[in-house]
Design a binder for this molecule. Structure first.
Ligand code: ADP
Length: 474
């Protein structure tokens, strides 16, 4: 089921050292992957560089046809891919299938968008000159991806790269590599030529450094922690690579006095507990107007009590395990810090230790103050801290008081309030009465320390292109 192989230049190869891959629902080893390093990273870059010469010369229509074949094969393989994903990552099977479909949307979107990379002619101020502007692929791309969305974070990068005419080297998370390798197998089957996609796993720092130093790699696209993103940003300076960074978040979720409370409760439950809260756009701070707080909290707590935590392969599971014990420990530490400072646990609050994996109870806390860690440190787990506010201005000011700026949410039925809050939030994505705004047609990305660039939509292909101005003298 799980090949212990790297994918470089269309060949599947091994290295001597391996890394164990663990199922977080059972803590069992489900397979091994190659523990590769600088040498394999360079071989992947060599292959991508060589393949760029021919892939970039194909017509957009040819590239689109191959991408759409890949899309078709992924769709057919959904059940298998979802099972692999749930086994290595933990999310419930229905959510894994949802991610495969969502990730696949990016392939279809960019297969089409790649055919619309229009240029421009600009009227010259000299009668004997003509100005033409063309878009060309930037060159070889390096992608480094995390474990929380093992398929979508990869397709969201590979699809625009390939559609633009770039080739790519990918390092998926060592925690969720098998979804990535299966996607590569399907790409090979779809007719993606050798070297156009290369997948390497192993020593993240060694692989990352090798690609950073390689001047042939013209763009780095990364999704992961802000700390690693900043490190990569510094490294990219040496060869002045284009950069796309999707980093951490600390999303505010604002519920105003006249909100549809049931809709807000549902929106929060979905946004907060999907993928066990391990999403960069997951609400981290919940601001509820003081006049409706009691009703909102009562309904939300009742909803949270219905959640079934368990192995994602079991049919009625709503929330799976966290990725590992370290992730559970982080949430527990935030809860301990909060309760020591006066917070009250309304539901949950503990790790679940009798299920064999790294499980955590969905948790709601109140009496929260802004000096508690959960109010400024990304949680990446199923903890919902609720605070109250009096005015929209106050809610916005407190919501913006963060170095992060990825996603923010507001639930309100007042048009003026919705407009004011959505315009004032310093966040790249705002959900107005919408707890799940992410989609292939729309730009995903953050303000401030949440990152650079956008993925998805027509903006999402820009970073894979250079603009070339041709001045023709007659
Ligand atoms: P997360 O907390 O989501 O795991 P990380 O930023 O640690 O976030 O990981 C995201 C990706 O970055 C993973 O593929 C990981 O292996 C990779 N990574 C971690 N450290 C480095 C590094 N020094 N250089 C390059 N990639 C790295």
């Amino acid at each position: 089921m799980y090949p212990n192989k790297l994918y470089i230049d269309g060949k599947w190869s091994t290295v001597e050292k391996t890394i164990d891959v663990i199922n977080p629902a059972t803590n069992e080893v489900i397979g091994n992957i190659p523990n590769a390093g600088a040498q394999e990273a360079k071989a992947a870059a060599d292959a991508a560089h060589k393949a760029f010469k021919t892939w970039s010369k194909k017509t957009a229509k040819e590239r689109s046809a191959i991408l759409m074949k890949w899309h078709e094969l992924i769709e057919k393989d959904t059940d298998n891919l979802a099972k692999i994903m749930t086994t290595e990552q933990g999310k419930p099977l229905a959510q894994a299938k949802g991610e495969i479909a969502y990730g696949n949307d990016y392939i279809a979107w960019f297969a089409a968008e790649g055919q619309r990379l229009y240029g421009e002619t600009i009227p010259a101020s000299h009668p004997n000159k003509r100005i033409t502007v063309k878009r060309q692929p930037v060159g070889v791309v390096a992608a480094i991806t995390p474990w929380n969305f093992p398929a979508a974070m990869i397709t969201r990068k590979i699809a625009p790269a390939l559609a633009a005419g770039c080739t790519i080297v990918v390092k998926p998370s060592e925690e969720t590599p098998f979804t990535a390798f299966r996607l590569a197998e399907l790409a090979e089957e779809a007719g993606v030529p050798n070297g156009v996609i290369n997948v390497v796993t192993g020593d993240a720092a060694a692989i990352g450094d090798t690609w950073q130093k390689d001047g042939r790699i013209r763009k780095l696209t990364f999704t992961g922690s802000t700390a690693v993103g900043k490190h990569l940003m510094r490294g990219a300076a040496d060869t002045v690579k284009k950069l796309s960074l999707e980093l951490g978040g600390h999303a505010p979720f604002i519920v105003t006095e006249n909100a549809d409370i049931d809709a807000a409760v549902q929106g929060l439950a979905t946004a907060k507990f999907s993928n066990a809260g391990q999403i960069c756009i997951c609400p981290n701070r919940i601001f509820v107007h003081e006049n409706i707080a009691e009703e909102f909290i009562e309904k939300f707590v009742a909803k949270v009590k219905e959640i079934k935590v368990g192995n994602g392969l079991e049919k009625d599971t709503n929330v799976g395990p966290l990725i590992n014990q370290k992730a559970v420990d982080k949430v527990i530490a935030q809860i301990k810090d909060a309760t020591e400072k006066g917070a009250k646990v309304l539901v949950g609050g503990n790790a679940i230790t009798d299920k064999g994996g790294s499980f955590m109870e969905p948790t709601v806390i109140t009496n929260v103050t802004e000096d508690m860690k959960c109010m400024f440190e990304e949680t990446f787990g199923p903890l919902a801290p609720i605070v109250t506010f009096k005015t929209a201005e106050e809610a916005v000011e407190r919501a913006n008081n963060s170095p992060y700026g990825l996603a923010g949410y507001v639930f309100t039925q007042d048009l003026k309030e919705a407009t004011y809050i959505s315009e004032e939030l310093e966040y790249g994505i705002v959900g107005v009465n919408d707890g799940s705004p992410s989609t292939a047609q729309a730009p995903f990305g953050g303000f401030k320390e949440s990152g650079l660039g956008r993925e998805g939509s027509h903006y999402g292909i820009e970073d894979y292109l250079e603009v070339k101005y041709i001045s023709t003298g007659l």
